[in-house]
Design a protein around this ligand. Structure first.
Ligand SMILES: [Zn+2]
Length: 187
């Protein structure tokens, strides 16, 4: 992936976004324009074949070169994160398994609501619940929590006796989480 990106970039040439070449009408200044989650940054480039590329910043934080053609026709609306969230099981029509955020959400709901689980006693069994807004909707959960900055992170309740709800949760590493629980245990 990184290798491919470097190849693409090395074939590009840059010009300032406000330098709209009069000879190439397709080279419109679109910096600042938004397509879904993508914000066009102030640079455009064309490759050797004359194909136009825009450097875009996605709302999730990643930057990516996107083909101008694909973007203006509405085929691409995020760096790829949108597709991952909307249909966690489907990427390009192939099942690759749910996203890590979806797995966290599903596990969180299950351990608060399924008495058949071994860990239920530490969650639902001692009164911890998931707020209605999150329990009823994975997109709501994702909108409040955002993507994991790192897929290895898990969800932590800031107040260990509080519920899973906005304001009481954060993405954290497992070691942070357990030291947090130890501190509370001794307090
Ligand atoms: Zn994104």
């Amino acid at each position: 992936m990184e290798h491919h990106r470097r190849n693409v970039v090395s074939q590009l040439w840059y010009r300032p976004a406000n330098d709209v070449g009069s000879s190439v009408s397709a080279r419109v200044n679109r910096s600042g324009q938004r397509f879904g989650r993508l914000l066009i940054l102030g640079r455009s480039a064309s490759d050797r074949t004359g194909k136009q590329w825009w450097l875009c910043k996605c709302d999730c934080g990643s930057e990516k070169w996107i083909s101008a053609n694909n973007m203006s026709q509405g085929r691409i609306r995020s760096c790829g994160c949108l597709k991952r969230e909307v249909s966690p099981n489907l990427v390009h029509g192939h099942s690759i398994g749910p996203s890590t955020e979806y797995m966290t959400w599903a596990t969180m709901v299950a351990r608060c609501s399924n008495p058949g689980r071994r860990d239920y006693k530490y969650y639902g069994g001692r009164g911890i619940s998931v707020c209605d807004r999150w329990r009823q909707s994975f997109p709501n959960f994702l909108a409040d929590m955002g993507l994991k900055p790192n897929p290895l992170l898990s969800i932590d309740r800031i107040n260990n006796d509080g519920n899973y709800e906005p304001g009481n949760c954060r993405w954290t590493t497992r070691s942070q989480q357990s030291s947090n629980q130890r501190k509370r245990g001794t307090a």
